[in-house]
Write a protein that binds this ligand. Sequence first.
Ligand code: 13P
Length: 261
Amino acid sequence: MPKNRRPLIAGNWKMNGFKADGQALANALAERMQSETDPAFDMLVCPPFTLIAGIGETIDGCGIALGAQDCHAAAKGAHTADISAAMLSDLGCQYVIVGHSERRTDHGETDLEVKAKAEAAQACGLTAIICIGETEQQRDDGKTFDVVKTQLSGSIPDAAVASNTVIAYEPVWAIGTGRTPSNDEVQEVHALIRDGLSQALGEDQAAAVRILYGGSMKPENARELIALPDVDGGLIGGASLKAEDFWAIAECCEKRWSSGA
Ligand code: 13P
């Protein structure tokens, strides 16, 4: 059965890049994107907050979307150093990553907080990329399914729909390690996530939500991962910092959706 979802290739630059190298990376991607007449993917870059405005200008009009790596759940107010979803929207962002495992670990973010952030993002017209995934210990203990199901149901807003929600499955132990689950294991978890989405949002919305895989995705393994039935692209860290690698991953996407997606 063809997948009716257009792959999303999303770069999470994390805490990397100064003005010059961020611009060089964005320029290289913009150039490539502009020479595409009918790309088989949507592309997104999520620079650190400091670079969003500048990168937004560089990629403006080239077909690459702009996103951020986090937002605050409140609309505005006394939250020193935090950034609201409305501020991101004001800069031209269309997406924001919420609940990345590095935020959950470094800043103790809970499912409830991630859900509030996703709600704030969606209320501002942004698409929330909600990250979930098990640690190595949880996988070794056979708890992957339970952890993923609990994180999903706890982090997804009640009113989420496919047009404002992306799920990223990122096994924590696969991030930046060069290790990945087997293709079968990835598909198994993605199918479980789609099932959970069905229960939360109904079957039609669940069938349309894009579920990205993240964790050591690179040009060498992207084609097989992206071809899996319930994998709809990637959330890419390290390999998104090199234009050539990020682009090579995007080129692994094949047209396999029916028209109108
Ligand atoms: P790596 O691609 O560097 O493993 O990072 C994945 C990730 O955390 C993307 O959000």
